[in-house]
Design a protein around this ligand. Structure first.
Ligand code: ADE
Ligand code: ZN
Length: 319
């Protein structure tokens, strides 16, 4: 579908975007050349042809593999700058951006290169207020998450929150109770992916055990009427990514996406792009795919600011 003027022009906050998921195939090849990293793909078309995913894990395998090209402060800077350059055309005025440091530390990239590269780029784009959210990889150990938080402590001026991502099933939020408590004590805002592939019980745990301020995805909460009632009552923000859900087989097709039903239930949902380089588009493409009314689009945009960590007072400046 063609994006209507409302879709593109409406000011929005992007709250569910993995910066590594904005690594476009062209940049994979450019950085591979620059860093002398051998790629197992013939060319850009060959790489793109592999972006057909059966489930979350099959996506994560190629998402982590492509990160091999990210080595230096400059690489992380260029990755973030390429994303931030697109924000005006997407109507994105504010972005709370996930990054996955454990995946980079494992290749010997220092935390400082990751955070300083990303925040250096953020400083160069005053037209979008951008913040960083450090995500723990839930398929790694709780000890590894705690070590990662310790390594991030010198950089907390550049980080607003902590998140939880990667392979969900078998890795419930409760596994990370200790590190989230420590992060909250440091003044970091807690969020977590839950109810993407995992059951509604993981959404409850994210709220009750991790104390999250937002739930990322949360679509499977719709299977549990009591949970839906609670999410409505407590106005829990849910950051929903329609193209991701379709491409990872979490929903059968866009016509069966639960976003309209979530809106009809009165939930505080907003629409975001997750890993746009892999799933077919940035936030306006996600909004356009749903074929919503102008009123629904306005509500989603308003929710995106309400659910952000921008204070109510400061929000007016974005609208
Ligand atoms: N990391 C990047 N994208 C993700 C997703 N959709 N779910 C879980 N972890 C992720
Ligand atoms: Zn995500």
């Amino acid at each position: 579908p063609v994006a209507s003027p409302t879709v593109t022009v409406l000011p929005k906050a992007e709250l569910h975007l993995h910066i590594e998921g904005t690594l476009e195939p062209e940049m994979v090849f450019e950085l591979a050349r620059r860093n002398d990293v051998a790629l197992p793909y013939r060319d850009i078309d060959d790489l793109r042809a592999r972006y057909r995913f059966a489930d979350l894990q099959s996506f994560l395998d190629i998402y982590y593999a492509n990160m091999a090209v990210l080595r230096t402060t400059r690489d992380f800077h260029d990755l973030a700058a390429a994303y931030l350059r697109r924000c005006p055309e997407q109507g994105v005025r504010h972005a709370e951006i996930f990054f996955d440091p454990q995946a980079h530390l494992a290749r010997g990239v220092p935390m400082s290169a990751v955070v300083e590269g990303l925040s250096g780029a953020i400083g160069e784009f005053p037209e979008v207020s951008a913040k960083l959210i450090l995500c723990f990889l839930r398929d790694q150990s709780a000890d590894s998450a705690e070590e990662t938080l310790r390594r991030a402590e010198p950089h907390l001026d550049d980080i607003v929150g902590v998140g939880l991502d990667s392979a969900e099933i078998g890795h419930p939020p409760s596994k990370f109770a200790t590190v989230f408590a420590a992060a909250r004590k440091l003044g970091l805002e807690p969020v977590a992916h839950a109810g993407e592939e995992g059951p509604p019980a993981y959404v409850r745990e994210a709220l009750d055990v991790l104390g999250v301020r937002r739930v990322d995805h949360g679509i499977r909460a719709m299977e549990d009427p009591d949970l839906v009632a609670r999410l409505r009552r407590e106005r829990v923000p849910l950051t929903v990514c329609p193209l991701s859900n379709v491409r990872l087989g979490c929903v059968p097709d866009i016509a069966h996406h639960p976003l309209p039903a979530m809106l009809a239930e009165g939930l505080n949902v907003s629409v975001h792009s997750d890993d746009p380089a892999y799933f077919g588009g940035y936030v306006t493409a996600n909004l356009a795919a749903l074929r919503l009314s102008e009123d629904q689009l306005r509500l989603l945009a308003a929710n995106s600011f309400e659910s952000s960590f921008v204070t109510a007072q400061a929000r007016e400046r974005y609208l």
